[in-house]
Design a protein around this ligand. Structure first.
Ligand SMILES: O=C(O)C(=O)C[C@H](O)[C@H](O)COP(=O)(O)O
Length: 206
């Protein structure tokens, strides 16, 4: 799998924050059943790596990835836990080298033309656009498409049901990412039906 393949699997990548690894498998099943098989578990919580391992082992139809890769060691640890792709909110040469070293596809974060060009110099054409809404939203991405049409983005950060379709309509958007599929209270209460419903709605966005 290359990073661009992630764009073809689903229009939306749910960005998940898990405080309890016990929730990982039922949550991933609900997202897959709703039609969103590509799932990013952020390394923001101590249970994230355990959650990734459980999903990799028990939900074979999920394409499980690790997000919030901000230190080189995060990349290696996520690969060892069973992640099949990596996502970072921003990138540095060291972080890029660590992600390349895992052999996994990855979406490095970029938010300016210079950051995009630096990643292009590294041979990368699939990226996360973060923080999408705060950085300038769809107008900003349209502007980047002029000089840099070869890059495709996964905008994340402030993307939700109200604007996801606008992003997905852009030629340089491969998919979008967001946390709206897994509201904290629904995860805490084990309301998998609600999460399945949100995923089902999002899966039809493209
Ligand atoms: O944790 C990371 O790796 C990030 O880069 C940030 C997340 O992707 C966004 O914070 C999700 O944004 P919301 O959908 O607006 O909640």
């Amino acid at each position: 799998m290359i990073a661009e393949d992630l764009f073809d699997l689903a229009p939306v990548i749910p960005v998940v924050v898990l405080d309890d690894a016990e929730a990982a498998v039922p949550l991933a099943r609900a997202l897959v059943e709703g039609g969103l098989p590509v799932i990013e578990v952020t390394l923001r919580t101590p249970s994230a790596l355990e959650a990734i391992t459980r999903i990799a082992a028990e939900v074979p139809d999920a394409v499980i990835g690790a997000g919030t890769i901000v230190r080189p060691e995060d990349a290696e640890r996520s690969a060892a836990a069973g992640a099949r792709f990596l996502v970072s909110p921003g990138c540095t040469p060291r972080l890029q080298a660590a992600m390349v070293a895992t052999g996994l596809p990855f979406l490095p974060g970029a938010a300016t033309a210079s950051e995009v060009i630096a990643l292009l110099e590294g041979g990368l054409t699939a990226m996360k656009f973060f923080p999408a809404e705060a950085a300038g939203g769809t107008a900003y991405l349209k502007s980047l498409a002029g000089p840099l049409p070869q890059v495709r983005f996964c905008p994340t950060g402030g993307v939700g049901p109200g604007n996801a379709a606008d992003y997905l309509a852009l030629p340089n958007v491969g998919c979008v990412g967001g946390s709206w599929l897994t509201p904290a209270d629904a995860v805490r209460n084990g309301d998998w039906n609600h999460i399945r419903k949100l995923a089902t709605e999002a899966a039809t966005l493209r």
